[in-house]
Design a protein around this ligand. Structure first.
Ligand SMILES: Nc1nc2c(ncn2[C@@H]2O[C@H](COP(=O)(O)OP(=O)(O)OP(=O)(O)O)[C@@H](O)[C@H]2O)c(=O)[nH]1
Ligand SMILES: [Mg+2]
Ligand SMILES: [Zn+2]
Length: 353
């Protein structure tokens, strides 16, 4: 008897991706569920197996973000079920969470693709940092997914309400909630965000409890977690990105804690994260106001009245500068050029139909 066919809808295959996949009648659609360096695990109609990109794919790839990432829907060759599958192409992404890769190279790194919701995890003890939250929010808004802020390890914090209010203040437009994975009944408040067929990625520093929460959701200790409770010093327990299907429906992506979350093309995300500052900028009397000494400067007025905190203003300026620096890098400009080429090619194809 043949094994039962995988229900790809429960792995997030929507009508949009099914329609895109139908353009490749000789290939099989699959979803990347695990990525570790150059190798992939994919789920397709026949189950889960190893996969690698084709030589042609490698030859044509213009940069790191062209390669498949966890969450991507890919078109596969060799659907006979034996041996590794060959990834021929990546279907156009619905959303993509990209950071600047760690280190000195000005290259992008795709953290997760086709995510509906990004759960930004920050612990209520040592990891709590509003400025870092603003950085994560900017990248998350830019991704096209909806950010939700999860303040973890609520059991270790004496004044969670205060921190909840402070985080909510900087995260306008996003839900913010506190959660403890050690208190039964408490972590369940995450459940409304996990809907059947929806993909949720957990992102945040090492040790904040991402894998522990996913284990709660799975109902078993499947993912490795750092055994020392209460300690959130970065130990990088999770070393790869992995997509898992939850027993009650919903799909989660676990990611390793990242030391650096560099900005990569996050202009729109910054605008969404700092809407009140963007509004102030348009209210300055002079269009080229430097917000230092010009009369009628709305930013300085807001700083003086206390409506805008100096820390938030500095954070905005810092992230803007970092983003502007990236936008001038060679790699960024090359990626941008390629993106426009791909879009015009796709539009042309659509017109032909
Ligand atoms: N007190 C408390 N400890 C927790 C909670 N959630 C996780 N921890 C502990 O925090 C430590 C780190 O948890 P992990 O789940 O491994 O953290 P992670 O975010 O997956 O870390 P990386 O995989 O390194 O990115 C473990 O010792 C957990 O037991 C919580 O809600 N309360
Ligand atoms: Mg982990
Ligand atoms: Zn001004």
């Amino acid at each position: 008897m043949n094994p039962p066919l995988t229900d790809l809808q429960s792995w997030g295959l929507t009508e949009r991706f099914a329609a895109l996949a139908s353009e490749f009648p000789t290939l099989t659609v699959g979803r990347v569920v695990l990525q570790e360096r150059g190798t992939y695990r994919v789920i397709d109609v026949g189950g889960e197996r190893n996969a690698a990109v084709s030589g042609k794919f490698r030859y044509e790839a213009k940069g790191p973000s062209d390669y498949p990432a966890v969450g991507d829907f890919v078109m596969l060759d060799g659907a006979d079920g034996c041996g590794p599958a060959v990834i021929q192409t990546v279907l156009p992404r619905k959303s993509v969470f990209i950071r600047k890769a760690a280190g000195t190279s000005n290259c992008e790194q795709v953290v997760a693709a086709n995510v509906d919701l990004v759960l930004i995890c920050m612990s209520l003890n040592n990891d709590f940092n509003l400025r870092r939250l603003e950085r994560y929010l900017s990248i998350a808004w830019e991704s096209g997914a909806v950010p939700v802020v999860l303040l973890t390890k609520a059991d270790l914090c004496a004044e969670p309400e205060e921190k909840l209010a402070a985080a909510s203040d900087v995260a306008a437009g996003a839900d913010v909630l506190t959660v403890s994975s050690l208190i039964s009944g408490d972590w369940e408040r995450v459940l409304p965000y996990l809907k059947k067929g929806c993909t949720v990625a957990l992102i945040g520093s090492s040790g904040v409890g991402k894998s522990t929460l996913i284990n709660c959701l799975l109902g078993e200790d499947r993912l490795k977690t750092n055994g020392l409770r209460g300690d959130d010093k970065g130990r990088h327990t999770t070393t790869h990105r992995e997509l898992l299907r939850l027993p009650r429906g919903g799909i989660v992506i676990d990611t390793p804690g990242m030391r650096e979350m560099g900005m990569w093309d996050a202009a729109d995300g910054l605008e969404k994260t700092f809407t009140e500052i963007e509004a102030l900028l348009t209210a300055c009397r002079f269009p080229r106001c430097t917000h230092t000494k010009e009369p009628g400067c709305a930013v300085r007025a807001a700083l003086e009245s206390g409506e805008l905190s100096p820390e938030r203003w500095q954070s905005y300026q810092k992230l803007q500068a970092e983003n502007a620096y990236m936008e001038n890098s060679e790699r960024y400009l090359a990626a941008k050029k390629q993106k426009f080429k791909d879009i015009s090619k796709r539009n042309k194809l659509n017109r032909k139909k």
